[in-house]
Write a protein that binds this ligand. Sequence first.
Ligand code: SF4
Ligand code: SF4
Ligand code: FES
Length: 626
Amino acid sequence: MAVVTDQVTLTVDGQSVTVAKGTLILDAAKKLGIEIPIFCSHPKMEPVAVCRMCLVEVEKMPKLQPACAVYVMDGMVVRTRTEQVQRYQNGVLEFLLANHPLDCPICDKGGECPLQDQTYTYGPGASRYDFPKKHFDKAVPLSDKILLDRERCVLCWRCTRFSAEISGERELALIQRGKDTIIGTFNDQPARSEYQGNWTEICPVGALTSRQYRFISRPWDLDRTATICPGCSMGCNVHADARHNRLGRFQARENLAVDDGWLCDFGRYSFPSFQREGIERPRVRRDGRLEEVSYEEAMAAAAQSLRRAGPATAGWASPAATNEELFLFQRLLREVLATPHLDHGRGRGEAATALEPDDAALPIADLERCDHVLLLGGQAVIDAAPVLHLRLFKSERKGVRVHRVDDARAALEAVPAEAQAVGIVSSLGRKPEVDSLQGKLARKVKGSVRRLLVPDGPNGRGATDLGFGPGRGPGYASLDGKAGRARPDWEAAGVRALYLFEASPLHDFQASGEEREWIQRLETVVLQRPRPSPLDDLAHVILPGRAFVEKAGTVTNMEGRVQRIRPAIDAAVVRDDWKILQGVAQALGADWRYRDPDEVFADLSRAVPAYRADRIGERALWSERA
Ligand code: SF4
Ligand code: SF4
Ligand code: FES
């Protein structure tokens, strides 16, 4: 009896390859290292086979076949470089270029353009057309973020398919028919999607480009750094591209477990907030005026004032600070100044709610493997981590029931008792409701119930894991009755000195009028921050530090994944924040001798064994908690 397997064997250009049934010819060839040129095909979208660039010969099939849309069969014989294939590739490119403006020298895609590259490799050396090309208005604004150049469009439908299949917004469409087909929005209304930057990355030509990146750089002039988006706790992986030490753009850096290769516009276009304008020196207030001093003098002045306040000091850290910085800062506060008052909540009315390891028990990618997902809080949760929407929409397309609900009772009713895997996604502020809902669901349904809470900032999760709050120490260690007070209670707790550590303009210390008045009355305010702040007027010591894109270290995303950030901008003139924290601690008498963030991480992982240097890039292992 013949053995039935899920594998098929075929040959591509004379080489044999075995792949799973349901594989496209394009992917089987890729497995052999054979490149077939494409325009419309995209690995995350359904095949449409509209550009015809990938045509190949398949034995026993009378016509050439699109490799991006034909699935392999056992015994198939595919040829990708025959004379006929090459003639067709040449012809497809000649047609695509018939109306293409060939304005590569002024096109932002130039140098990283598949049309340019494939014309060189597979196209004709010259055009036989001498009639006038079709013209459209150049650089039509589709929104405040994107420009559309219809002359360059090759009608590959990638952008429209993204809009339909990836974000589900259906904002872009093919308008008119045949040779008059164009890309546009309904009634030419400005695009409102929060994911428009992705259109520019998937467009295989310079038809859709980012306004922010217009004429900024050629790709070969960019210095590329693999780092993490500073926008939120999703922790999307990005390439930060800089030219002459100025950021030019963020591009997606696919991490299937986190971002699935996409970014939201909030994060993607946040980079101008991080441009450093000018060089700053530390300052100390003397006789009411801020005077420039050296780092050593400023750190000594900070230490002197903080020593006076001692346990009456409170420390606030941005949820965008790195794990290494947060670990050192909490040591400085708890061990050196003996104060228990730590917080990273961003508004005075908002103490940082205490997360628990279980709040990250549902990995982002596992949303696709649930049968029911409850989005408790609906759009507000998405607004806090926009790329979550793309993962949820993908999950829905795979058959997951996603319930967008605003109250826990509706959530409980939405899930049937026979559910096998239930996920609850919500914001940190709704933790008490989520905890109670999870308990009720666990009693109601047959399967598992896990939760994923979205904290504030790219490292709100790390801040809690490392004990940067009043109630728990690093690794959720008990404080043995020595818990401190949260930010809203600092005035009542008799706090006299404040050490504020900002790390990102997107996640800084936002003081209400009332809180400013209180800060104004304090005897000491030390402000460590990457750029001028509205709090400068109130500070007694200002210690310029580095912004998120200027430093090395690790941050932890909402699902507990510890990821490296790297400096995309050289800010050598400004001292590293971990060094400043160490300098202040040393000035207070601490014998700290860390030489780099890796040494801090090594120490940190002794205090928090769930964080391990050999697992950076993975989720923290809380089951191994000591
Ligand atoms: S604008 Fe770009 S992505 Fe959209 S159809 Fe045209 S070429 Fe394709
Ligand atoms: S979802 Fe968050 S981390 Fe991802 S790109 Fe947007 S702001 Fe950045
Ligand atoms: S890539 Fe196959 S038809 Fe476009």
